[in-house]
Design a protein around this ligand. Structure first.
Ligand code: GFB
Length: 309
């Protein structure tokens, strides 16, 4: 049990969907939350990260900062997804180790696992096979981050842990149709089609790939739980244990926002990984479970989108 009381917790990446959710969640913990604006520190620059950490001296770090995006953005901008993520994680972990923080949590992604991994995917499937090509750049950066956290624990004894969240959605998501993940894209498309009285809305790919989705507030709760209750070199999966085909997700989104037209599948767009359901039983054994079901979560994401636009 790690007692968070009185700690100065730096949430790196607090303007992103995950970081913002962690800041909201930490409001009910007896901690001081630290955040760094982009104009105060560019996380890709090592000297800026070192200077900021040395000046503000956090005692706990949540690495929620990352270059993220959906299937098209990953494929189109390999340098951004590989270089920026490598630099961000290496800079933060090294600077945190230098000042000797008491705890650090690094976040990966379910795309670190081999494309053809046996389902549900256990933590020990890491590095047992080739990656999905559409997101290999991001996956390789995240695998390096997991290994770096593990290396700091092994060589210098730092309490660095890594969590692998499944596909996320929720308030503060990116709704840009080319660079976003599937849920914000489908919400926006369904609302637009409904308002235009369109006969159909376009869904990328065949609709057959399956995905597991978690509301970002559940992830934020899991992060706080892991900070308090987990300390080991092995990374740990954070999922819901349920997945569904993209076609079913699109139908659910359409129902949620009241679009009654047809779904039209654009097979010129990539499907990506056929399935990536994670086995989250290690986290369940520690005593944590998600609370927000997909239907309830989609309604919340829809409300957040409408409020933001
Ligand atoms: O969420 P998404 O972009 O990322 O796509 P991945 C999930 C599935 O939804 C794919 C389909 O099969 C897409 O083809 N899809 C259908 C759509 N319609 C749309 C749409 O309008 N927009 C988008 N974006 N997808 C990402 C990785 O993979 O998952 C990242 O690229 C990261 O690296 C993230 O790991 C969690 O699940 O395929």
């Amino acid at each position: 049990m790690f007692d968070l009381s009185g700690h100065r917790v730096w949430v790196a990446g607090h303007r992103g969907m995950v970081g913002a959710a962690v800041v909201r969640r930490l409001a009910s913990e007896p901690v001081e939350v630290l955040t760094a604006d982009r104009d105060a520190v560019d996380l890709v620059r090592q000297n800026q990260v070192e200077d900021w950490i040395a000046a503000h001296r956090p005692s706990v770090v949540v690495v929620a900062a990352a270059r993220v995006g959906g299937i098209a953005a990953n494929d189109a901008r390999p340098v951004d997804f590989l270089y920026d993520n490598l630099m961000i994680e290496a800079n933060i972990l090294a600077a945190a180790a230098k000042i000797g923080v008491a705890k650090l949590i690094f976040l990966g992604s379910s795309c670190i696992y081999p494309r053809e991994a046996a389902q549900p995917i256990r933590e020990d499937a890491l590095l047992t096979g080739p990656l999905e090509p559409t997101n290999q750049w991001y996956a390789i950066a995240k695998i390096a981050g997991i290994k770096l956290a593990e290396a700091y624990r092994r060589q210098h004894g730092h309490d660095f842990i890594s969590a692998m969240p499944t596909n996320l959605y929720g308030p503060g998501d990116n709704y840009d149709l080319e660079s976003s993940h599937v849920i914000p894209a489908l919400l926006r498309k369904a609302i637009t089609a409904r308002d235009a009285g369109a006969a159909e809305m376009v869904v990328w790919g065949t609709g057959r790939p399956r995905r597991e989705f978690m509301h970002v507030d559940d992830l934020a709760d899991a992060i706080v739980f892991l900070l308090k209750h987990y300390s080991a070199s092995a990374h740990i999966n954070v999922g819901t244990g349920c997945d569904l085909p993209i076609a079913d997700l699109a139908a659910m989104v359409a129902r949620t926002v009241g679009f009654t037209g047809r779904l039209c599948f654009d097979t010129s767009r990539p499907d990506g990984t056929p399935r990536k359901l994670m086995d989250s039983s290690r986290l369940a054994e520690l005593g944590w479970r998600p609370r927000i079901g997909l239907q309830e979560g989609l309604a919340d994401a829809w409300r957040a989108y409408v409020t933001a636009t």
